[in-house]
Design a protein around this ligand. Structure first.
Ligand code: URP
Ligand code: ZN
Ligand code: ZN
Length: 482
């Protein structure tokens, strides 16, 4: 059986740091303590001067997503391999059924695509339409397939947009099943109207993208989703919170006792909207994602939310398109495929901008890069912690290593890097996934198909709706850790 002994590092969990060795046997951590001995033949990693942390969990990626007339460039192998190079050992991707496509059909398709993953993976399933079969399939997905979260795109009108009726039906079904609804919060009607007005005014380049999706468009949708969740008595997870207005809406809702969780993308923390003014179409278009990058003032709100605990997780929305794909929108910005990369850089960018700046302690870094995602999506303590019995998904972090991020040196298949030229201090020295060393000091040894599908159990459904109004539907692990 494979055996890895990580010696002499500082183990960092969400709640403490301590000097300890970590012994992994097979795909699990079996012991954390001082002066551990590995079996004969154990691979020994010298972690002196390094932090030993739970492997990152990116709860928002889109590998090989068919979207806006093309398919994202990183597939489940190249994308998860890039993640491993950056210290991320699990992703939660999205099954996105076309309108009227049965959820189970789409789910099986995505499960097939994901078999080549190099790291563990799981799926949120999007609810893009509604009828009795969707109601039934949500039940099968929760009860038989280990799905405990359903996604609602409030944007992308005439494609995958979920209107209020769909959300009300789906949120209340999620509550019955012990699943958590999640939303992409942007008002799709407003986006559509603003896009048409900009085009009619002859503003058709990438500079129009942020103008068509101002913060109010996001804030309205975030507030509406929170109101629907409150009325239905169900918790809610809002993906890619990008502006002060939605961060404030979440903080206000939480102050009223509602269980609303917020996710922040690494890109939104450090990249600002000036990228859309670049006269080079390829560069401006490469940054087209939704919600767009914002005025830098919004970044402070996102950091404040992560520091104060009103925002909980960090992700990337990794969805890479090459220049030739972005060129589909050369004369019409609404046709530029929306999406950017980041799965490889998230941990380093957040460490550098968060821990090195003094905004976050190493334990807080663990909270927002793995432990909170594991808790909210009910895979804690299998993941998100260095402890006996947990999966051996570990990053050995060298806080002194530096690197200048660039598309020319990235493992990801995209031909662009939104963090191009940024020098970061703090990088993975080793990444271990399910007990195997997948990345060792620059050497990526990711194995196609080594990743496993991660079942996520439903949350308690013991409560009735009245109790839920007071106690909310929430896993115990979340109660403990947040
Ligand atoms: O622009 C983005 N974010 N593309 C991926 C799909 C989504 O909205 O998450
Ligand atoms: Zn989205
Ligand atoms: Zn997304």
């Amino acid at each position: 059986m494979k055996c890895v002994l990580i010696r002499g590092g500082i183990v960092v969990n969400a709640d403490h740091e301590r000097r300890a060795d970590v012994l992994c046997v097979g795909d699990r951590i079996v012991e954390v303590g001082l002066d551990l001995k590995g079996a004969d033949g154990a691979q020994v990693i010298d972690a002196g001067g390094a932090y030993v942390m739970p492997g990152g969990i990116d709860p928002h990626t889109h590998m090989q997503l068919p979207f806006m007339g093309t398919v994202a460039a990183d597939d489940f192998f190249t994308g998860t391999a890039a993640g491993l190079a950056g210290g991320t050992t699990s992703i939660i991707d999205f099954v996105i059924p076309a309108p009227r496509q049965p959820l189970m059909d789409a789910y099986r398709t995505w499960r097939g695509w994901a078999e080549k993953s190099a790291s563990d993976y799981s799926f949120h399933v999007a609810v893009t339409w509604w009828d009795e079969s969707v109601h039934a399939d949500m039940g099968r997905l929760v009860e038989e397939e280990g799905v405990n979260s359903f996604k609602h795109f409030m944007a992308y009108k005439n494609a995958i947009m979920a209107d209020d009726e769909i959300m009300v039906n789906s949120f209340s079904r999620a509550l019955e099943l012990g699943a958590i609804p999640t939303v992409h919060a942007e008002n799709g009607e407003l986006v559509h109207t603003l896009q048409q007005r900009l085009l009619a005014a002859g503003i058709s380049g990438p500079e129009a993208h942020p103008l068509s999706r101002p913060p109010v468009v996001e804030a309205e949708a975030a507030q509406r989703a929170i109101a629907i969740a409150e009325a239905m008595g169900v918790p809610l997870y809002i993906v890619h919170v990008s502006c002060t207005e939605s961060a404030d809406a979440i903080a206000r809702a939480r102050a009223r006792g509602l269980r609303i969780y917020g996710e922040v993308l690494a890109g939104h923390l450090v990249v600002d909207e000036s990228v859309y003014l670049n006269r080079d179409f390829a560069s401006a278009a490469a940054h087209v994602m939704s919600p767009p990058f914002r005025d830098a003032a919004h970044q402070s709100s996102l950091w404040n939310g992560l520091q104060s605990g009103s925002l909980h997780t960090t992700a990337t929305d990794h969805c890479t398109f090459c220049a030739s794909q972005k060129a589909m929108g050369e004369t019409d910005f609404t046709r530029i495929p929306n999406g950017c990369g980041g799965v490889e850089e998230r941990m380093a960018v957040i460490w550098d901008a968060g821990v090195n700046s003094g905004r976050l302690t190493p334990s807080e870094f663990v909270r927002i890069t793995s432990a909170n995602a594991a808790s909210i999506f009910n895979i804690y303590p299998r993941k998100g912690v260095i402890a006996a019995g947990a999966d051996a998904d570990i990053v050995v972090w060298d806080p002194q290593a530096t690197r200048t991020l660039s598309a020319s040196t990235q493992f990801s298949k995209g031909d662009f890097n939104i963090f191009e030229g940024r020098t970061v201090r703090g990088l993975p020295a080793y990444t271990i996934t399910a007990g195997s060393i997948a990345f060792a000091r620059g050497d990526l040894r990711a194995e196609r198909g080594q990743g496993r599908y991660v079942h996520r159990a439903p949350f308690s459904t013991q409560f009735n709706a009245n109790q839920l109004r007071n106690e909310r539907n929430v896993p115990r692990a979340v109660e403990r850790s947040l």
